[in-house]
Write a protein that binds this ligand. Sequence first.
Ligand SMILES: [Zn+2]
Length: 393
Amino acid sequence: MLNSKSNIDQESIKNSNRKKILNLIAEKREYTKQNISKEIGVSIPTVIANINELLKEGLVEEAGVEGSTGGRKPIIVRFLPDSKYSFGVEFTLNNVRIVLINLDAEIKFDASFKVSDFKNIDDIIEKIHEITNNVVGEEKISHKDILGIGFSLPGTVNEESLILELAPNIGMKNVSFKRFFQLLQFPIYIENEANSAAFGELNLGIAKKMRNLVYLSINEGIGAGIVIQDCLYKGKNKRAGELGHMTIVPNGKLCNCGRKGCLEQYASIKSLMEDYNYKNSKPVSTLNEFFSRVEQKEDLAMLALEKYLSFLAIGIQNILLILDPHYVVLGGEISDFSEYYLKDLKEKIFVENSFYDDTNLKIFTSKLKKDSSILGAALLPLQKLFSINEKII
Ligand SMILES: [Zn+2]
């Protein structure tokens, strides 16, 4: 028993040294073995053994020697961001979007298709397979250099058993993604859309320096990614953050989840547009059109926005009372238009609020905008190379 435990410990130390070394080279872009040893606090032979592994896998290359003041010249190791790739796939109500990223999370390929052109999930996966296959061929990427495919899904997911449990907004329930491996042939990862976006912002975006935040994703539905001390908090059944389904109007509008008066029936993009278009002789079909009418100070648009913000403010006030986060990050499509409402929204959140004022909480809008959840999903397969601590509790 003792032996096997110590084997596990040694294995995890070895693994964590390797990840620390790779993270450092990725951050510095190129660095000498001596500097790596000094900065991480591991012996030169350990650094050399790890670098040899990374060289074999093609993640780094040796890039000459650094000018030295005598003794052995230190060998420079260079990070190769285009050595491995990963796919991110985002499901929304109407569209499926696919991106290919490299190890720097740069988008190398980006395509979308309409869900309505396909009969069912199997046909959609078939289309995804066709696209990923073409990209791999065109970009001349070896199959083994694709680390996986991460899905961002608008519903509750069990990422361990790869099951999309419930996604009322896209009409899906209990879909096993495990069986798609046979077709896609890449390791599959799945994550809830808001968690995925929070993960993206935490690693690449506005939340890089934040440890406690709620990422509020506002699209056709509303979801939240809760980050506590750098970790995504998912809850016992991995359903934490389904804030779109918190009741804000008893016996209010009927929601897709079967209950009445849920926040997303009042504060999602869909509800904002429906409210504005109701009995309107000049309806809009995009959020862009709606905000251009706000810009023109059209009465109906201003009124709809005002009503919308009042509901959204109630939702955010409830989040503050439950979690008292350091930051709230507004994401999803609505965050593209924050110049039109952020000031008013803050006023509504803090007015007559005896627990908070605007100095107690910072509200930001997403930095990655429409890319946050797809990038978060695409980062999932890269975790096994870089992540030292699993950021999920
Ligand atoms: Zn609901």
